[in-house]
Design a protein around this ligand. Structure first.
Ligand code: FAD
Length: 490
């Protein structure tokens, strides 16, 4: 049987990230990918923390810049009671500076291939067209994988660690134990396709994602080139019949329900050939596994959890969890930290990131039915005379001007999550749909600060501020971001 330090199932952003960051520390990594790249995937709108944090660590910054992906400076929303679209720009946040004030809109076939090819250059042995079938166990521990090659031949590989980064359709995750809990709230369905010749927002926001709420749900409208647009309708579960039957008719009818998207698509024609020719449906995509690891096995990306397409958190969660898993494995293989301690650190941080997005998006959807506008409340909360209402919103939702220190105790995480939940309840019960309690929540501030820290670390490298552990006995990140270190107070 072949032997590696780490074997990764799945070559999406999560798998490529963890594989590369472990191989970059000199360990032997095998990545098995079922498809042959480039392959289609949904999830095209990225966040700055992926582009300027994780991708910079991976060493693909220049390659991404050269790829010519549309630059995403922020988001434009027709959301809530405000009838006009409103826009936020990443540059409004004082914490996201100069070179990191944007993300990209990417054709995932190209983006994922860049990350996978980079993994090969970093020393990962990548086998495309190889499908993992099951884990190999020795008692409690996962010790390897069985997989099938392109010729149908069966193989087995042993490794100190198995990573399941095989996305949301694979069943491999169940070997980690626990259960996959589906969200009761985010039970929407998505119907999506591609159009040529759609309108663009005015410069400098022509690369923004446009998200438009309408009676049955909301649309995303993502520019993937000067002429190609990804268009998807996210439809509430109770409206599910609207996307049953003929998909072409269903999408046409949904577009007709939404005046702004109709206007943007007026000059466009739907792509009907090639990888973008199909109309696709996704459902049951919002879930989390009750445990993210067991001895010898770690879940990364969609294999572990996903919340909802709004605010484009999927690739962020996949690459961020890949980074957290790589730190843990690098520390364990270097003999710096024991496995349990390192993987508790991985799970705590990953689960917190997921939970905060979950709670924030829950509130964002509740806002959809409220009567007040986001900006007005944000400005009221910050009382910042220099900022416009829009800038106040971005500053607050970004949580980047708070200067809030990293969490110091796990008890406080729970306390602050409870505070966040209470804030949502307060808003839901209030007559004026005030956003004030939400924006005061430390949880919102902290998660955004965490994203800011990853970017800061990428930009400043070893000069970044020293970090505090997330919980008592927790670990801190090494200056280069590649490992955990025990916390030693100054
Ligand atoms: P994937 O990208 O799914 O990669 C998993 C890989 O594993 C695949 O290449 C697959 O071929 C391979 N694989 C599967 N089974 C096996 C096997 N048995 N053996 C070997 N390989 C295997 N996210 C965003 O950031 N922005 C967005 O705008 C966005 N929009 C979305 C819209 C919708 C409707 C949905 C449902 C999701 C959206 N997402 C978005 C989420 C995004 O698609 C995912 O979160 C992201 O792709 C997860 O990356 P991953 O690496 O975990 O998995």
């Amino acid at each position: 049987m072949e032997e590696f330090d780490v074997v990764v199932a799945g070559g999406g952003p999560g798998g490529s990230t963890v594989a590369s960051l472990v191989a970059m520390q000199g360990h032997r990594v095998l990545l098995l990918e079922k498809e042959v790249f480039p392959r289609y995937q949904i999830g095209e709108s990225l966040l700055p923390s992926t582009v300027h944090g994780v991708c910079r660590m991976l060493g693909v910054t220049d390659e991404l810049a050269a790829a010519g992906f549309p630059v995403k400076r922020g988001g434009t929303f027709r959301w809530g009671a405000r009838p006009e679209p409103w826009t936020f720009s990443f540059s409004v946040s004082p914490r996201i500076t100069g070179p990191t004030t944007y993300a990209y809109q990417v054709e995932r076939a190209r983006f994922d291939e860049i990350l996978l090819n980079n993994a090969k250059r970093k020393g990962v042995v990548v086998r495309e067209g190889h499908s993992v079938t099951e884990v190999i166990e020795d008692g409690e521990r996962v010790t390897g994988l069985r997989y099938v090659g392109p010729d149908g031949g069966e193989h087995a590989v042993s490794a100190r660690f198995v990573i399941d980064a095989s996305g949301n359709k694979s069943r491999l995750y169940s070997s980690v134990g626990g259960t996959r809990n589906y969200s009761e709230f985010f039970r929407s369905l998505a119907l999506f396709g591609y159009f040529e010749g759609g309108k663009r927002l005015a410069a400098p926001y022509s690369g923004n994602i446009l998200s438009v709420a309408f009676d049955s749900g909301w649309f995303w409208y993502i520019p993937l080139s000067d002429t190609l647009t990804s268009v998807g309708a996210v439809v509430r579960r109770e409206m599910a019949e609207k996307i049953q039957g003929d998909r072409e008719k269903a999408l046409t009818a949904l577009i007709a329900e939404c005046p702004l998207i109709s206007e943007y698509l007026a000059p466009a024609r739907r792509v009907t050939t090639g990888k973008y020719g199909q109309l696709r449906v996704r459902k049951d995509y919002s879930y989390h596994q009750t445990t993210f690891w067991r001895p010898g096995m770690i879940l990364v990306g969609d294999a572990a959890c996903f919340v909802d397409p709004v605010f484009s958190s999927g690739v962020h969660l996949a690459t961020y969890s890949g980074l957290l898993a790589a730190r843990s494995i690098n520390s364990i293989l270097a003999g710096d930290v024991d496995e349990k301690t390192a993987l508790i650190e991985f799970e705590t941080r990953y689960r917190r990131e997921y939970s905060v997005y979950y709670e924030f998006l829950l509130a964002f959807y509740q806002m959809n039915v409220n009567e007040e506008s986001y900006f007005w409340h944000a400005k009221k909360v910050t009382n910042n005379k220099e900022y416009s209402e829009l800038e106040s919103f971005v500053d607050l939702v970004g949580g980047l001007s708070s200067g809030e220190a990293a969490l110091a105790a796990s008890g406080r995480i729970a306390e602050r999550s409870a505070e966040f939940a209470a804030a949502i309840d307060e808003m839901a019960d209030g007559d004026d749909a005030s956003m004030v309690p939400l924006f005061k929540s430390q949880v919102v501030k902290q998660v955004m600060q965490e994203g800011g820290q990853e970017q800061m670390r990428a930009v400043l490298g070893e000069d970044a501020e020293p970090e505090l552990p997330l919980f008592p006995g927790g670990l801190v990140t090494s200056p280069d971001g590649m490992r955990w270190l025990p916390y030693r107070p100054a």
